[in-house]
Design a protein around this ligand. Structure first.
Ligand code: UDP
Ligand code: MG
Length: 327
């Protein structure tokens, strides 16, 4: 009988050929040093570069510890993580980005906190090493909006490097939503969550896969998955504006009766009308975001497609280095 796996590390990969080798070296070193059985699951999210071949090669180097899920297209970081979460064997699951912005050396710190009895160890990026105007500032703003809208007390929702208990990951795997936000979904199942500060390095190779548009899409996923607040805001605003416009109609009627016909204020009315029309269009858009997601769920198509899984589940083991030192 082989020892059960203690740690599963989950890494989504999308066009990361430049960083994979140094990620492999640093990650396997950290995991080896733990001295406990572990597995690393890479999900290749439809990369168009050499990532796929590199990951296969990693599996050949350590067939019992490295598993590779090959998607047949680009289904997004959160789906890549969920596909791995559905297959983990470890007692603790740690997720990190492939680009080395989440240093693998922080894994022992997350585990240390986990062992103190927390079932969800979140993370706060110590220094944001991204460009201030294009990533840090929007990300700070998004974090604030997300906290307000979703009502979760996660300080830094965008930092994916976190530790989850197996129980949480199993519950997450039972949710078959096609658009979700992993960190918040996990938090919603946690019974004893906590957060620690972790280092955040600059991306040295490759570039961010998130432009402003993708960032906005992901934020919509987050709002619609965890909150109805955008809809409530529109309802409340709608009632408020209808009451105001009711008063305006009465006021204009009275002026018509007592002062007579007048053309003044026509442009103000235009401005008000344009404003309200644009608000209505935004409202329809927000409703559409929800309806689109309901449609996706109703169609119940698979939320991601796997081309191939490269794994050897026969023998989970501690690395040979540790076997030797353990004796
Ligand atoms: N990623 C992915 N699919 C995507 C976009 C990104 O699997 O469609 C992975 C990417 O390879 C990386 C992680 O998600 O491991 C975070 O992406 P990135 O570093 O580009 O995001 P940022 O750090 O800029 O928020
Ligand atoms: Mg990154």
């Amino acid at each position: 009988m082989t020892a059960p796996i203690y740690l599963s590390v989950v890494v989504p990969v999308y066009n990361e050929e430049e960083v994979l080798e140094s990620l492999y070296k640093r990650l396997t070193k950290v995991c080896d040093d733990l001295g406990k059985p572990f597995e690393i699951i890479f999900t290749n999210d439809g990369s168009k570069d050499r990532s796929s071949e590199i990951l296969k090669e990693f599996h050949n180097r350590r067939p019992h510890q490295i598993r590779v899920i090959e998607f047949s297209g680009n289904f997004g970081q959160h789906m890549a993580i969920m596909a791995a979460f559905e297959r983990v064997r470890g007692e603790v699951i740690i997720n990190l980005d492939a680009d080395l912005q989440n240093p693998p050396e922080e894994i022992p710190h997350l585990l240390e906190k986990y062992q103190q009895g927390y079932d969800y160890v979140g993370s706060i990026r110590d220094i944001r090493q991204d460009s201030f105007f294009f990533r840090s500032l929007p990300s700070k703003f998004m974090n604030w909006v997300r906290r307000m809208v979703t009502g979760t007390r996660i300080t830094d929702q965008g930092c994916m490097m976190r530790a989850y208990s197996r129980r949480i990951v199993e519950l997450m795997s039972q949710c078959h939503e096609s658009s979700t936000f992993v960190t918040v979904l996990g938090y919603s199942f946690a019974t004893n969550p906590t957060e620690i500060r972790i280092r955040h390095d600059a991306r040295t190779e490759g570039e961010s896969k998130y432009g402003i548009y993708k960032l906005v899409r992901v934020t919509f996923d987050l709002f619609t998955s965890f909150s109805m607040a955008p809809l409530h805001i529109f309802t409340v605003f709608g009632f408020f504006v209808s009451s105001l416009s009711g008063l305006l109609v009465v006021y204009l009627l009275l002026r018509r009766l007592f002062i007579g016909p007048e053309v003044e204020g026509v442009f103000t009315l235009f401005a008000i009308a344009f404003f309200l029309i644009s608000v209505a269009i935004a409202g329809i858009g927000i409703m559409g975001e929800y309806i689109g997601r309901i449609y996706q769920v109703v169609r119940s198509r698979p939320r991601y497609l796997i081309r191939e899984i490269i794994e050897d589940l026969s023998e989970p083991q501690v690395s040979s280095v540790n076997k030797r030192t353990a004796k």
